[in-house]
Design a binder for this molecule. Structure first.
Ligand code: 5AD
Ligand code: SF4
Length: 437
């Protein structure tokens, strides 16, 4: 039996792709091992969103440059797509390079590797297919990812994703519902719908079914307690989505709506296709919803041409929206993207300065927002246990981490259960509480 090791970098899409790749390998008789040293086949599922992420895979490969004997190395994902055959030059011990838009070719590529081929690639972006497989081997027994749409048809000027994941392809609603029912039947209570831009979902067999309708249908699957989705794009984010969340408690009251910048002129040069005002309109829909919807976002600082005034606009946006959490990044110039050629690139130190200011501001906003939860009772899904603090780790529908103590005996695992927890304390990034039943 051949042994494989896989390491995954990047977003949830990549994590889920790896679950599908693992399932495909297990079905071919391979065995998964926890360390690359024990493996015959070493897979890296890679991310190229920022330069730092891309460097990681080359440093991993470098570790094995001198002692790669008897091992086969495979590079999957976004770096594979972006660098293609150049990977063989940078790391000659690599034998397989396959981008995510070609994963349906993987079984064939594996046969070629088994037959001793030294260099095989799957790099076509020219696909109408999605990577669906009944063989997916999910890591978590309670929360399952389901891909609903692959690829991206937007062309944000900083972003590699349209290039690495190809054009948008939606799965059929029938297929998504069948998978959801099967997962609910297997005991999963939470489903997370995935796509680079889930809001542009359209059922290929019935174009009346858009994302909001799909959400309502998935939420009706018996047995599911929570449905989440990521990522949204403000241009395609509709009021129907907010209405659906307002009406159905199975749909989690959390929306991740990346803004990237608070300045309309920076948004224009990022080719984001909305203004600050249009973005704020969507925020208002959520603030006026029937349920209290938590909002999170992504922000890039130091985009080429971002002036001090533009940056100030991002800071005022934080005050206006009061996000529950943000992911913030320094702009990283990426190959094949228009912004790489833009004038007025911002020096690294200035990007760092802006990032620190932004993060400090957001920290105090989160402190304040989380403090408002003290005394409330929140339902959590228990995700794990922190042995060091002997606290359970729970997550609220709003996607907040709520660490708590429970009177249960230590041997009794609460993982996967839903419990009411009283919030006692709050920090900027999590809440602390106690379960009382
Ligand atoms: N530089 C920095 N951050 C980026 N992101 C995407 N491309 C880049 C880049 N070139 C960020 C965006 C996106 C998140 C997933 O990563 O904020 O929403
Ligand atoms: Fe990284 Fe984007 Fe690829 Fe996800 S889609 S792995 S974030 S580059």
């Amino acid at each position: 039996m051949k042994k494989f090791y896989i390491e995954t970098f990047g977003c949830q899409m990549n994590v889920h792709d790896s679950e599908k790749v693992v399932g495909t390998l297990l079905a071919r008789g391979y065995e998964q091992v926890p360390a690359p040293e024990q493996a015959d086949l070493v897979f890296y599922n890679t991310c190229s969103i920022r330069d730092k992420a891309e460097q990681k895979v080359f440093s991993r490969l470098q570790d094995f440059r001198k002692n790669s004997k008897g091992k086969t190395f495979a590079v999957l994902g976004c770096v594979a797509q972006q660098e293609g055959e150049r990977i063989f030059e940078r790391a000659p011990h690599v034998s397989l390079v396959c981008g995510s838009a070609s994963y349906n070719q993987l079984p064939r590529l594996l046969v070629q590797i088994e037959n001793g081929d030294k260099r095989v690639t799957g790099l076509s972006l020219d696909t109408e297919e999605t990577f669906e497989t009944p063989l997916t081997r999910r890591d978590n027994p309670h929360r399952a990812y389901i891909t609903i749409i692959e690829g991206c048809d937007k062309s944000c000027s900083y972003c590699v994703v349209p290039f690495t994941r190809g054009p948008e392809r939606s799965r059929t609603t029938g297929g998504i519902l069948a998978e959801s029912r099967q997962l609910a039947g297997a005991g999963y209570t939470e489903i997370q719908l995935l796509g680079q831009n889930v809001n542009s979902y359209r059922d290929p067999s019935d174009d009346q079914i858009d994302f909001a309708r799909l959400l309502r249908k998935v939420a009706e699957v018996p047995g599911l307690k929570r449905v989440r989705f990521t990522t949204s794009h403000p241009r395609d984010f509709t009021r129907d989505i907010v209405d659906a969340i307002g009406e159905n408690p199975v749909l989690c009251n959390h929306v991740h709506l990346p803004v990237q910048s608070g300045s309309t002129s920076v948004l224009a040069s990022m080719q984001r296709l909305y203004t600050r005002g249009e973005y704020m309109e969507r925020i208002e829909w959520m603030k006026n919803a029937r349920r209290d919807i938590a909002i999170s976002t992504d922000i890039i600082v130091g985009f080429p041409g971002e002036t001090e005034q533009d940056f100030e606009q991002t800071l005022t946006l934080l005050d206006q929206v009061e996000y529950d959490s943000i992911f913030s990044f320094k702009y990283s110039p990426r190959p094949n993207t228009p912004a790489l050629q833009y004038a007025d690139q911002i020096p690294g130190e200035e990007k760092s300065r802006r990032l620190t200011i932004l993060q400090e501001k957001q920290r105090s906003i989160q402190m304040r927002r989380n403090a408002a939860f003290i005394g409330r009772i929140e339902e959590v899904m228990v995700e794990g246990c922190n042995k060091a603090t002997s606290q359970w780790i729970g997550r609220t529908s709003q996607n907040k981490t709520l660490n708590f103590t429970a009177p249960q005996r230590a041997s009794e695992s609460l993982i996967g259960q839903y419990l009411p927890v009283r919030v006692l304390r709050a920090g900027p990034n999590s809440l602390v509480g106690e379960s009382f039943n």
